[in-house]
Design a protein around this ligand. Structure first.
Ligand code: E4P
Length: 214
C-alpha cells in the first residue's frame, strides 16, 4: 500500500521522505490555507522534494475555471495531480483532464456510486473520506470494501486513496480491505511505529547489553 502524507508542512514531509517511506502528498484548500503560504509556491516546493504524486486541488467551481486552474497546477511539475471535487462539473473536468493526459484525484467521495462514476470519468485516484463518514455515524471502512469490489468487478484501474484517516486502526483496516494508497496526517503516521512492548523490549536489551563482552 502506498503511503501519502496529508499535509503541506515541509518539515513533516522532509522527515518522512528521509525515512524512505513516503510515496506521495495530498493537500486540500484547508491544508494550504493553514500553511499560510502562496498556493503555487508551496506545491512547487513539495513537488521538488517528493518524487511521487502531489495532489493540488482546484478552487473554481465552474467547468472553465476548473480546467484553467487544473492546467496551471499540472504545469507546476510532472508529479502534480489535479484534485477535483466529486460532482457533475468536477467529473466533466476529470474527463477533459484525462483526455489531455493530466492525472486527477477525485475528492470528497462518500459513496460507492460516486466512486464508480469517478472511475468511468477516468480518475487516476479516488479519495473516499472515511473519518468524515464515521463522524456522521456511517461506516467509512465499509465504503473502502465496496469500492474495491466494484472496481475489481469491472477492472477499473482508478486507485483507491483512503483519506480522512483519524487513527492507526483506520490504517490497518484500509490495508486489509485492499486500498491502493492511504493519506495520513503526520500525527497518525508517527503513531504507526509505536507499541509499548517494543519500548519495553528495547529498554531490556539495552540494559542486558551492558554486560556483554565485545
Ligand atoms: C484528503 O485528500 C483530504 O485532504 C483529507 O484526508 C481530509 O481529511 P479530514 O477529514 O481530516 O479533513
Amino acid at each position: 500500500m502506498n503511503i501519502f502524507l496529508d499535509t503541506a508542512n515541509i518539515d513533516e514531509i522532509k522527515k518522512v521522505n528521509e525515512l524512505g517511506l513516503l510515496d506521495g502528498i495530498t493537500t486540500n484548500p484547508s491544508i494550504i490555507s493553514k500553511s499560510g503560504r502562496k498556493f503555487t509556491e508551496v506545491i512547487k516546493e513539495i513537488a521538488s522534494i517528493v518524487e511521487g504524486p502531489v495532489s493540488a486541488e482546484v478552487i473554481a467551481t465552474d467547468y472553465e475555471g476548473m480546467i484553467k486552474e487544473g492546467v496551471e497546477l499540472a504545469a507546476i511539475a510532472d508529479n502534480v495531480v489535479v484534485k477535483v471535487p466529486l460532482n457533475m462539473v468536477g467529473l466533466k473536468a476529470v474527463n477533459e483532464f484525462t483526455n489531455r493526459g493530466i492525472a486527477t484525484n477525485v475528492t470528497l467521495c462518500f459513496s460507492a456510486n460516486q466512486a464508480l462514476l469517478a472511475a468511468k470519468a477516468g480518475a487516476t485516484f479516488i479519495s473516499p473520506f472515511l473519518g468524515r463518514l464515521d463522524d456522521v455515524g456511517q461506516d467509512g471502512l465499509e465504503l473502502i470494501s465496496e469500492i474495491r469490489e466494484m472496481y475489481d468487478n469491472y477492472g477499473y484501474e482508478t486507485e483507491i486513496l483512503a483519506a480522512s484517516i483519524r487513527h492507526p486502526i483506520h490504517f490497518k483496516e484500509v490495508a486489509l480491505r485492499g486500498a491502493d494508497c492511504v493519506t495520513l496526517p503526520y500525527s497518525v503516521f508517527a503513531q504507526l511505529f509505536q507499541h509499548p512492548l517494543t519500548d519495553l523490549g528495547l529498554q531490556k536489551f539495552i540494559e542486558d547489553s551492558k554486560s556483554i563482552n565485545w
